[in-house]
Design a protein around this ligand. Structure first.
Ligand code: 13P
Length: 340
């Protein structure tokens, strides 16, 4: 990226600014077909490529959704699918003023023998896939690495942090408008402080690697978890504590030049994800943060829509209304203007 010419740099920054805006966010609809097994089971829908296509079509063609969404992230399968009237999904989004995004990593693989830590696959034909998806309308692409906190608090290990930081940097140096997803997994019963420490270590290492690999930071977007306690902890964190710990970790580690920061919902309820984003965008934090902070939610935008749909064509309008509502309240939260 250090050697990108002026035109490429301008193109990157233009797309980053379109993608990460106050008042808009991103739908993460890039779930692997296998991640949808449980979700489709819960509404008694068979998890076939055709049902997934019908479900994604419903989301992507929701009237007025472009008011609240700047981009939609798709799995490769979805990127290659089309509407009932044979318009490819990336084109549907482009025509509607929404940036099309694609997940380019190929999933997780075990990193070491003795831990549950992972690395991420997908380099083999990455350059070709970047070019191909760009030519077919994609303007941003995601790569996901995950980090696990364990009971003894000696994970994520240095090995896992280093390996994944280098992988994200290498990916970012190949891809144009890279979304670097660094996710400290919320499984477990760790406290919020452990999550903050892990995120700080992970992000410091990632930005060191991005510098080593000469990545053009202004053209990159970070996708991260919020800092919370583990999901097995009974007493939930207050949104004020989540916001303070998250902002502390981000301001300690992320360079001001970074293009923007977007959050995953990581199993938070729809309402919690909206409240937490709203808290993160209070004026007191905006003064401290040089980046736009917005959402790139999967479950927190889709849970009620999926239920409303339940695999039936006659429920599509209701499902679209539920989806539009979540997008709208999160768009408000990205400006700190959500009022329950
Ligand atoms: P959730 O918001 O459901 O965590 O999904 C976001 C995502 O991109 C996970 O990889």
């Amino acid at each position: 990226h250090l050697f990108l010419n002026e035109t490429s740099r301008k193109m990157l920054v233009t797309n980053v600014n379109l993608l990460v805006q106050r008042g808009k966010g991103i739908l993460a609809a890039d779930e692997n077909p296998s991640s949808l097994v449980k979700r489709f089971q819960s509404i008694q829908v068979e998890n076939t490529a055709e049902q997934r296509r019908i479900y994604r079509q419903l989301l992507f063609t929701t009237p007025d959704i472009q008011q609240y969404l700047s981009g939609i992230l798709m799995h490769e399968e979805t990127f290659n699918q089309s509407t009932d009237s044979s318009i490819p999904f990336p084109m549907v989004l482009v025509q509607n003023g929404i940036l099309a995004g694609i997940k380019l990593d190929r999933g997780l693989e075990s990193l070491t023998i003795n831990t549950n830590e992972t690395t991420t696959l997908g380099f083999d034909d990455l350059e070709r896939r970047c070019e191909d998806s760009f030519n077919r309308g994609a303007r941003f692409a995601k790569w996901r690495c995950v980090f696990h906190i364990n009971e003894a608090y000696n994970q994520p290990t240095d090995i896992a942090i280093e390996n994944n930081a280098i992988i994200l940097a290498r990916y970012a140096s190949i891809c144009l408008v890279p979304v670097i997803q660094s996710e400290v997994i919320s499984d477990g019963d760790h406290d919020i402080y452990a999550c903050q420490c892990a995120l700080e270590k992970v992000l410091s290492s990632i930005f060191k690697a991005l510098s080593d690999y000469d990545v053009y930071l202004e053209g990159c977007v970070l996708k991260t978890n919020m800092v919370t306690c583990g999901r097995r902890v009974k007493k939930k964190d207050k949104c004020t504590d989540i916001a303070l710990a998250t902002i502390t970790a981000l301001t300690r580690t992320c360079p001001a030049a970074l293009g923007g920061i977007i959050f995953l919902s990581g199993g938070q309820s729809e309402e919690d994800a909206t409240n937490n984003l709203n808290e993160l965008n209070r004026p007191v934090y905006q003064e401290k943060c040089p980046w736009v902070l917005t959402f790139s939610y999967g479950r927190a935008l889709q849970t009620s829509a999926l239920k409303a749909w339940s695999g039936k064509r006659e429920n599509e309008v209701n499902a679209q209304e539920s989806f539009l509502k979540r997008a709208q309240v999160n768009a408000l939260a990205s400006k700190g203007e959500y009022d329950k």
